[in-house]
Design a protein around this ligand. Structure first.
Ligand code: PLP
Length: 306
């Protein structure tokens, strides 16, 4: 049983204890790049097509060369095989803008004149590691959450596309700082709010509330990342007669619902067990929602079902 797997896009399995990046990698110098985090379960990568589709959209948003999905698939397959099927794993797909000093030829997918003729060759790799300790507890016990302002308006995503709010970029320093801020307040996670007191998302998860047979999540145009786990839940919940909505939520709505969920590819469904210090007790629907997320993620392997 290996504890880490590293595969570069040329399909080569690397020693994860050996250095891989150059000091002038723009991903390191500026956090300029994109990533995906997927769950490896039973030897396969959950909802892989959706992660690859979002990787592609993120690359477009950052004017990065279009990812060669056939090569990604093959490197991912190699990495999943190396990891094995015994334990769950976290698979990261990483694509940076490449080395500052090294210019390659224009990549396929770029129209000439769109960017300078010579563009850096992206740095690309797939890494699999074990699940963080917090994941098991978040799945079973839920998480204590604080609301923190993100200091932005829900209009920002459309007014300022260069903010890249719909892309999964490597610039996560503020997201990590918010989690440390929460930890100092004794909380496990964060729900970001806008300047209008609207609910946005977690630093690494999508917020969904459940109210009777209704599920609500903020729409992507409010400046949140479209979540794959949330989509998997909606696909499954709709089959079971739930009314699944994308609607703006006020922070007050968080206190007027049956349960609040932080959804993400690795942790899957973490119920908010306390919000800003107010305990939220589990309702009957809790186990059904957890089950729907599991089921939805399994089904997400077959795109035709979505
Ligand atoms: C990754 C991420 C999510 C969750 O997305 P999944 O596709 O479910 O993993 C939500 N919000 C942010 C900011 C994220 O980085």
């Amino acid at each position: 049983m290996v504890d880490r797997v590293l595969v570069t896009l040329d399909g080569e399995v690397r020693d994860a204890d050996q250095p891989l990046l150059y000091a002038d990698d723009i991903g390191v110098l500026r956090g300029d790049g994109i990533f995906e985090t997927a769950l490896v379960r039973g030897g396969t990568v959950c909802a892989l097509d959706f992660h690859l589709a979002r990787l592609r959209r993120s690359a477009q948003a950052l004017d990065l060369p279009e990812p060669d999905l056939a090569r990604w698939r093959s490197a991912i397959e190699t990495a999943a095989k190396e990891w094995g099927s015994e334990e769950e794993g976290v698979m990261r797909l990483v694509l940076t803008r490449g080395r500052e000093g090294a210019l390659g030829s224009p990549k396929a997918g770029l129209r000439s004149g769109e960017l300078s003729e010579a563009v850096p060759v992206p740095t690309t790799f797939v890494m699999v590691t074990g699940l963080a300790d917090r994941v098991a507890a978040a799945r079973t016990e839920g998480v204590a959450v604080v609301t923190l302002t993100r200091g932005i308006s829900i209009d920002l995503a459309q007014a300022a596309p260069w903010q890249l709010l719909g892309a999964k970029t490597l610039s996560y320093a503020t997201n990590m700082a918010a989690l440390r801020f929460a930890a100092r307040m004794g909380a496990d996670d964060v729900i970001f709010t806008s300047t209008e007191h609207r609910v946005l998302e977690g630093p690494r998860s999508t917020v969904v509330i459940a109210r009777d047979k209704q599920l609500i999540t903020p729409p992507a145009k409010n400046g949140v990342l479209p979540g794959i786990t949330q989509r998997a839940l909606y696909a499954e919940a709709e089959r079971r007669g739930y009314d699944c909505r994308y609607e703006p939520l006020f922070t007050a709505d968080l206190f007027d619902c049956d349960s609040i969920w932080m959804l993400s590819s690795v942790t899957l469904a973490a119920r908010v067990n306390s919000l800003d210090g107010v305990r939220m007790s589990a309702t009957e629907s809790v186990s059904e929602i957890i089950e729907m997320v599991d089921r939805g993620i399994e089904r997400a392997g077959t795109i035709a079902d979505w």
